[in-house]
Each structure stands twice: as structure tokens, then as C-alpha cells.
Design a protein around this ligand. Structure first.
Ligand code: IMP
Length: 438
């Protein structure tokens, strides 16, 4: 029963899409496990570049079945838009399966996300504004609606009830008056709930052909001994439990979340691939101890095209951080590492790696739980020479410059897990295999 998880190992945007796409051809099923349209997985294929938010990257490989698991929160409008874009590009989607148990993002979740962010003021998280936090909050409060609930005979009534509840919540943002009475407010209550529910039902009806029993499909595939790829979204430091709370996303982004969100038992897991970028990046607010200075950061951003695939926001760029990297490896137990974007350093004379933090004069090598402490951590760097030559054409280990090999070996040593694959560009073939990934 081989299930292999691919998860983000730093702060997200490690190019998991590229790695999943490379592996998808060897799987029969690819399951997206958690998160929602906050994710933006970029995959470059012969047919063009695709930015996927909810559809698993496996959908781009003919013959591979893709599943949106029950751990994902789904925005029907966003999903339909994505399906239309893919269909227009000639991607065959008839085998896509949306779990009937997946929770729905409602229009008011997006509104609540934005209202909560503005209420936080300077302490804003910098969310993607896609309604992720409020949708998962409703799920945990057992006030959410799943795909099967909304498509059931009583679906419309349940949607209306949920919209009414949301109106009360939204009004509680008015003038700090919790549970304010039912007077319309043009700022926070712009949408007629009946009209909203009608549009929503219409979108869900369009999705109905894709909806099904994903759990049984995944379990049957495992019983037949097929390879199932678990596609993680976001990354370890954004994990709701173990990440840099509160500057995190609202789902479990580690391998534990991949299992929970797909319904696969741990005993089926035969490998976990941690995807690291040669330099971590972060979007949104919150501490980022190894953040580069403005000049270096903007150089990396320019070379690496570091702008959010979902929001277009410029990403903050940092030096490889061994403290968070090891933390993530211990949380996930990687069997192998994929190191991406190595080519971005091709012109750099010197590279830095953060090997520890100094907090209030003391050296630490763990991730402190308090955001204020993590923000106060000063990085301790070691330097390595760059290679100052192009790695873009490298396809075998021997093609890599010696200094690049030394950098990879140091990353391997610091993380404590073998680096099996390195990418040197976004195209499908721009990768160097150092060891088998699976
Ligand atoms: P949310 O997931 O939209 O609630 O955003 C919470 C935090 O997670 C913010 O800092 C976002 O920028 C970050 N985040 C969410 N999804 C991604 C992603 O796919 N890549 C990188 N950061 C993300």
C-alpha cells in the first residue's frame, strides 16, 4: 500500500507543484489533502504554465486520477473558474473527484477573513483573504457545511441558515457591538443572502458531477497496491499547531495533516518528501529570522520571480535556515529532500546559511513558541562560496559545479536527511536526480 506524501518544509512556496508533477506520472492517484485556494501551485508543462489553487497537480498528467480530499476547504466559484481555465487549455478533467466530505468556503467566510484582518490592525496576519481561517473555524465549531450537506435535499435551507448566522457574526464587527441587531449595514452586509444562496447552489450543481466518495476511491486504490501521492499545501512553519502561531494558516500542514485530510492510515505511508527551497520565502506578516537585507532580498525576488501565485504579493526572501529546516524534518520524518531553485544562486559570490539563533544573548537551536521571541532571534550565519556559473543545463550530479555540490552537502548535513533531487529551473526536465526520491 504505497502512499507518498510531498509536503512544504519551510514557509511555503517551495515549488511543491514541480515536484508533485515530476512524481505524478508514477502514481495512479494524487490527493490534495488540506488548505484551500490560499495555495498556488505552479506547474510548467509542454502545454503551458498552470497555476493550480484547488485542483491537484496530478490532474496535468494524463491517466492520473486526482482527488480533492476531505481536509480541503473548497470555494465552489474558485474551483469552477479553475476547471474552466484548465478545460480551455485542453486538460481532461473527467476523472477529478471532489470529496463529498470536504467543507465549503462560503462568500461570507471571505468577508469575515477580511474583517478579522482589519480588526487585528498592526497585528494582522497577512492572510490571502480567501476565507480560509473562518471556514476552518466553522468546521471546528461544527457550524460548517460540507459538499454533501449543501447538495442534500435540505441543502438550500442549511445554506440559508448558515448565511443568517454569518450575517450576525459580520454585524458583530460593526462598532464593536457583538451580535448587533438585524439592521442592514452597507459596509459589512453588501450581499442579499437569498441571491447569494441561489448563486451558490447553482455553482454547486455545476460541481455535482465531480462529487463522490473519495475515501473509498483512495482506500480501494491502496488495497490494489497502487501508488497514491499526497499533495500537501503551505508548509511546516505555517502549521496551525507547530508553526509560528499566530502567523500561520488554519490547517495542519505537516504529513499528519496529509494523512488526516486524505483519510489514509499512517501504516500505508512509505515515504515523505520534504520540499525545501535553496532560500526560504515568506508571504504575509510574522517573524522570519533569516530574512535577507532589502537589497539581497530584492535581487533574489527578481531572479526567482518571488511573487505570490495566489495574491501576487512580493515574497520576503531569506537565507537557508537550518533551525526551522531541522524542526520541520523532525516534525515530518522526511525520507528524502527535494531542494528547489538552486539556480537562483548562480550569480552569487557568497551564500549564507543560518545555523542557529541568538536570543537575549544566548545561542538556541530551536524554534521558540512566542512570536515575539522568534522575532527577537538573531540569526547566526556561516558563509559558503557561491559557484558563479549557470546550473540551468545541469541534469546529472556531475554537471553541478563543485561549490553547488558543497552547498547541497551542507544542507543535507544540517537537515539530517539526504537530498534526492535538486531543481535548476521551472521546466519539467530542469532537475538533477541525486538519489531515488521514492
Ligand atoms: P491564510 O491561509 O490565507 O489564512 O493565510 C495565513 C498565512 O499563511 C499568511 O501568512 C499567508 O501568506 C500564508 N499562506 C497561506 N497559503 C500560503 C501558500 O500557499 N504559500 C505561502 N504562504 C501561504
Amino acid at each position: 500500500m504505497p502512499a507518498i506524501a510531498v509536503v512544504g518544509a519551510q514557509w511555503g512556496d517551495e515549488a511543491k507543484g514541480h515536484i508533485i508533477d515530476l512524481l505524478a506520472g508514477r502514481a495512479s492517484l494524487v490527493v490534495r489533502c488540506q488548505g484551500g485556494p490560499n495555495a498556488g501551485h505552479t506547474v510548467v508543462t509542454e502545454r503551458g504554465t498552470f497555476r493550480l489553487h484547488l485542483v491537484p497537480c496530478g490532474a496535468l498528467r494524463p491517466g492520473v486520477r486526482s482527488v480533492i480530499g476531505h481536509g480541503v476547504v473548497v470555494d465552489p466559484f474558485g474551483l469552477l473558474e479553475e476547471l474552466d481555465t484548465l478545460a480551455a487549455a485542453g486538460v481532461e478533467l473527467s476523472s477529478l473527484l471532489l470529496s463529498e466530505r470536504a467543507h465549503l468556503i462560503m462568500p461570507y467566510h471571505r468577508r469575515l477573513d477580511l474583517l478579522e484582518e482589519s480588526a487585528r490592525g498592526e497585528a494582522a496576519i497577512g492572510t490571502t483573504g480567501r476565507g480560509i481561517g473562518p471556514a476552518y473555524a466553522d468546521k471546528a465549531a461544527r457550524a460548517g457545511l460540507r459538499v454533501c450537506d449543501a447538495l442534500s435535499p435540505s441543502g438550500r435551507k442549511e445554506l440559508q441558515r448558515a448565511a443568517q448566522r454569518a450575517r450576525r457574526l459580520i454585524r458583530s464587527f460593526d462598532d464593536g457591538a457583538p451580535g448587533a441587531p438585524d439592521a442592514p449595514n452597507p459596509n459589512t452586509d453588501p450581499v442579499d443572502p437569498v441571491e447569494e444562496v441561489d448563486r451558490y447552489v447553482e455553482a454547486l450543481e455545476r460541481l455535482r458531477p465531480y462529487v463522490g466518495d473519495a475515501l473509498t476511491v483512495v482506500h480501494d486504490a491502496l488495497d490494489r497496491g497502487e501508488t497514491v501521492l499526497l499533495e500537501g499545501a503551505q508548509a511546516a512553519l505555517l502549521d496551525l499547531d507547530a508553526g509560528a502561531y499566530p502567523f500561520v494558516t488554519s490547517s495542519c500542514t505537516t504529513v499528519a495533516g496529509a494523512l488526516a485530510g486524505s483519510g489514509i492510515p499512517p501504516s500505508a505511508l512509505t515515504g515523505t518528501i520534504g520540499v525545501y527551497k535553496a532560500y526560504p520565502t515568506r508571504v504575509g506578516m510574522g517573524p522570519f529570522p533569516s530574512e535577507m537585507d532589502a537589497e539581497t532580498g530584492s535581487r533574489v525576488r527578481k531572479i526567482g520571480h518571488e511573487y505570490g501565485a495566489t495574491t501576487g504579493r512580493p515574497r520576503r526572501c531569506g537565507w537557508f535556515d537550518a533551525v526551522t529546516a531541522r524542526y520541520s524534518a523532525r516534525l515530518n520524518g522526511y525520507s528524502a529532500v527535494a531542494l528547489t531553485h538552486l539556480d537562483v544562486f548562480d550569480t552569487f559570490p557568497t551564500l549564507r546559511l543560518c545555523t542557529g539563533y541568538r536570543l537575549r544573548g544566548e545561542r538556541i537551536d530551536r524554534v521558540p513558541p512566542l512570536a515575539a521571541d522568534l522575532a527577537a532571534c538573531e540569526p547566526i550565519y556561516e558563509e559558503m562560496p557561491g559557484w558563479r556559473q549557470s546550473t540551468a543545463g545541469a541534469r546529472r550530479a556531475e554537471d553541478l559545479p563543485r561549490a553547488a555540490g558543497a552547498f547541497i552537502a551542507r544542507v543535507e548535513e544540517l537537515v539530517g536527511v539526504p537530498v534526492a533531487l535538486v531543481t535548476v529551473g521551472p521546466e519539467r526536465d530542469e532537475a538533477v536526480s541525486l538519489r531515488p526520491l521514492l
